[in-house]
Design a protein around this ligand. Structure first.
Ligand SMILES: C[S@@+](CC[C@H](N)C(=O)[O-])C[C@H]1O[C@@H](n2cnc3c(N)ncnc32)[C@H](O)[C@@H]1O
Length: 248
């Protein structure tokens, strides 16, 4: 089982530290996009966390099941109204299997990067494909690796500098590794923690999808279907599992 980087200390502050991500302006376009793909089927969220997307999606009448490693994050979800409609399995979303077939599976907020090896990311696509019904879709929201901003020979870039939070990304361009180091002042005390990620290119994700028998259907730079261009800093991509062929 991979290491859980969303233990009690992160879970306790998760919703408050990502407030803009919980605003209707951030959540509603995601839910519209996913509800449309789910249709009359069910949705599987990988890394369901505290239910930022799963709860409003379930409120739209979509059956939602989630997988997450962190019991602490899921305990926050469980304490919220409407959580009783959502099933959650504790486990690694690269390998954990759940009952049922889904018309859409989704992995948002850069969470594919929490799988820190290429093998784990490939396994995740294969696991998703095994859970999708024919014609079902896998949706990922993730940043485009910001390597154009890393001067040759340098390995560290600041991603936030505020009076209460300093954050630095440390890159390993050989392994596509990235460690985010956080130095935060919480209740007057310095808290330090670091989380490892693996950054991944859009074309590499397309190949992972192909290995799992899926093909790219759409790629946008945002949930409102904004065009994806060479300037885009993130993408929302949809891969499709082939619909089963009828026997003629
Ligand atoms: C950035 S949070 C996103 C939570 C939620 N999807 C959201 O949009 O607010 C990432 C979540 O993925 C979970 N996670 C990370 N790696 C995981 C893995 N390998 N298997 C299952 N859950 C994982 C973490 O525990 C955490 O709850």
């Amino acid at each position: 089982m991979p290491e859980d980087h969303f233990g009690e200390h992160v879970a306790a502050r998760y919703d408050d530290s990502s407030t803009d991500m919980f605003e209707p302006a951030s959540v509603d376009p995601v839910v519209d996009f996913l509800a449309d793909l789910a249709g009359h089927g069910a949705a599987l969220e990988l890394g369901i966390g505290t239910g930022r997307i799963a709860l409003p999606l379930a409120q739209r009448g979509i059956r939602v099941h989630g997988i997450d490693l962190s019991a602490a994050m899921v305990a926050r979800l469980r304490a919220k109204p409407g959580a009783e409609q959502i099933g959650v399995t504790i486990g690694d979303f690269a390998t954990t299997t759940v009952d049922g077939r889904f018309s859409v599976a989704y992995l948002v907020f850069n969470t594919i990067n929490n799988l820190t090896t290429q093998d784990e990311q490939v396994a995740c696509f294969q696991n998703v494909a095994a859970h999708l019904e024919p014609g079902g879709c896998f949706v990922i929201e993730v940043g485009v690796p910001a390597l154009q901003r890393l001067p040759p020979g340098e390995t560290v870039r600041a991603f936030t500098l505020t009076p209460t939070h300093l954050g630095f990304d440390e890159y390993d361009v050989v392994s596509q590794g990235l460690i985010s180091h956080h130095y935060s002042v919480v209740d007057g005390k310095l808290k330090v923690f670091s989380v490892p990620f693996r950054y991944v290119w859009p074309a590499e994700l397309d190949l992972m999808a192909r290995l799992a028998g899926m093909t790219l259907r759409e790629r946008w730079s945002g949930w409102k279907r904004e065009p994806f261009t060479s300037d885009s800093t993130k993408h929302v991509s949809v891969w499709e599992k082939p619909a089963s062929r009828s026997r003629g």
